[in-house]
Design a protein around this ligand. Structure first.
Ligand SMILES: [Zn+2]
Length: 474
């Protein structure tokens, strides 16, 4: 029985899905050549004035509404002052009081817990420092400087790493589904700082905490928390003090280590940002944002299930990036959700993942998959033949019907052709035919199997069974 109880809170930074930066019209393009998307505003030139991106405000409000937060009709920007080479202004534009949203929360039914949010606020991102160890240089790339972020701050309501990971996955799914963020973890578009402290079980007061910075993988969050709980527990059991400090997680060593102690902690000296007017969200704007909200993941899940998809299929379509868009596009070509979902889950999504191609960019687009599904539905193709054609369609796209004709794999559903095959077969196996007539019904599958083999899988098995049963009786 552990004596100490972990208390965990999160600060999540999520990059908003806007075309341009928070305060200028520079585009946001991850992977671009360094310092190609910069201007006088996002590089902090004297006299350059910021202009707030209205879309960023709408997306922050959208996040607040989805999380049950109170949206502020008036919120303000503040300067958060610190010095770092990738921060050209010498301050970050952030919101102290009031932020754009307050309160809200998310249920974790698996853990019987409700996680309260403290606030959501707008801020802009810094650039990136690239350390060139070989040359002993540090280079600064300001393409990301001024990118729009929301910071979501939770109350310290978590008690385990599992709860935190569950929460982050849920939150990520909501923000991605609502198109608040593209949410690419590897691009740092969804990253978090974790505050961990321990206190004696049953105590009210919080222990001294450490903050683990900048985690952008759910797994690393879990590992960092587990490590901190053990590390702090060991210190407390030996009667040592926990230092309030900022730590970094090293995935290679699976441990956290000190980045800076309390003495080096930043004093941000927040003060009002005189260059930015208050952010207004009047009732009419709030109503419009509400009306334009895409459905939440739970609603989408319910809709997919109502179309007849299995829970596994629906979950995969929701979780795999771009899968839902592909599915919806395919539905416009063929109204057969179950068959389309099956083909996506069994063929398209695994192939796309293997090749690392977003589903909608595959040569086998929604119209191609829909055409393949239609051939299956019409029983023009057997399942086996359809699955054999798929790699070719995935590699080059094209018309499944033409390809099937080319390969000669159309299912034989023509009664005359099947009858001829069936008669041949019965004549070749008189002994089995006699036993079938005497009542050994199971022998029908023997004949169907032979007929399928003889037609190299092209016969329609259902029809073949019917014809064989009829001919064997006569
Ligand atoms: Zn700019």
């Amino acid at each position: 029985m552990p004596v100490f109880e972990p208390v965990i809170g999160l600060e999540i930074h999520s990059q908003l899905k806007t075309a341009t930066k928070m305060f200028c019209s520079c585009p946001i393009t991850p992977g671009a050549e360094p310092n190609t998307h910069i201007c006088e505003v996002c590089t902090g030139q004297p006299g350059a004035l910021p202009r707030l991106n209205a879309r960023a405000v709408e997306l922050a409000v959208r996040a607040g509404l989805a999380l049950g937060a109170q949206v502020s009709e008036i919120s303000v920007f503040a300067r958060k002052n610190y010095f770092y080479p990738d921060l050209p202004n010498g301050f970050q534009n952030s919101q102290l009081d009031p932020p754009i949203c307050r309160g809200g929360g998310l249920d974790l039914p698996d853990y019987g817990r409700h996680i309260r949010l403290n606030r959501i606020h707008l801020e802009d991102d810094a650039g990136k420092c690239l350390h060139d160890e070989q040359r002993g240089q540090t280079l600064v790339d300001l393409n990301r400087a001024g990118a729009p972020l929301i910071e979501i701050v939770t109350e310290p309501d978590f008690r385990s790493a599992g709860e935190v990971m569950d929460f982050l996955k849920k939150l990520h799914a909501i923000l991605v589904q609502l198109e608040v963020t593209a949410g690419r973890l590897e691009e740092g578009e969804f990253r978090c700082d974790v505050n961990v402290s321990l206190r004696p079980r049953g105590a009210e007061a919080l222990g001294r905490r450490s903050e683990i910075k900048n985690l952008n993988s759910f797994r690393h969050v879990g590992q960092a928390i587990e490590y901190e709980i053990v590390r702090q527990g060991g210190l407390l059991e030996r009667g040592e003090k926990i230092e309030q400090e900022t730590r970094l997680f090293d995935p290679a060593r699976q441990e956290t280590r000190t980045l800076r102690g309390k003495e080096e902690a930043h004093d941000y000296r927040y003060f009002p940002q005189p260059d930015l007017p208050p952010v207004l969200v009047p009732p009419a704007l709030l109503a419009r944002i509400k009306a334009e909200m895409p459905p939440l993941p739970e609603a989408v899940m319910a809709e997919l299930l109502s179309l007849g998809l299995t829970a596994e299929q629906a979950t995969l379509l929701l979780e795999r990036r771009g899968a839902l868009e592909y599915f919806k596009a395919a539905l416009t070509f063929l109204d057969d959700p179950k068959r389309l979902a099956t083909l996506m889950v069994e063929l398209l999504l695994p192939a796309a993942q293997k090749e690392n191609i977003p589903p909608l960019d595959c040569a086998c687009g929604p119209e191609v998959l829909a055409a393949l599904a239609r051939l299956l539905a019409e029983e023009a193709l057997g399942r086996r033949a359809a699955y054999d054609l798929f790699p070719e369609l995935f590699a080059r796209g094209g018309d499944p019907e033409a390809l099937a004709r080319d390969r000669g794999v159309f299912q034989i559903s023509e009664t005359g052709a099947l009858e001829a095959l069936a008669r041949e077969l019965i004549a070749a196996h008189p002994e089995e035919a006699r036993r079938y007539r005497e009542g050994q019904d199971k022998l029908l599958s023997f004949f169907v199997g032979r007929l399928m083999r003889q037609s190299r899988g092209a016969a329609n098995p259902k029809l073949a069974g019917e014809i064989l049963a009829r001919l064997l009786k006569t």
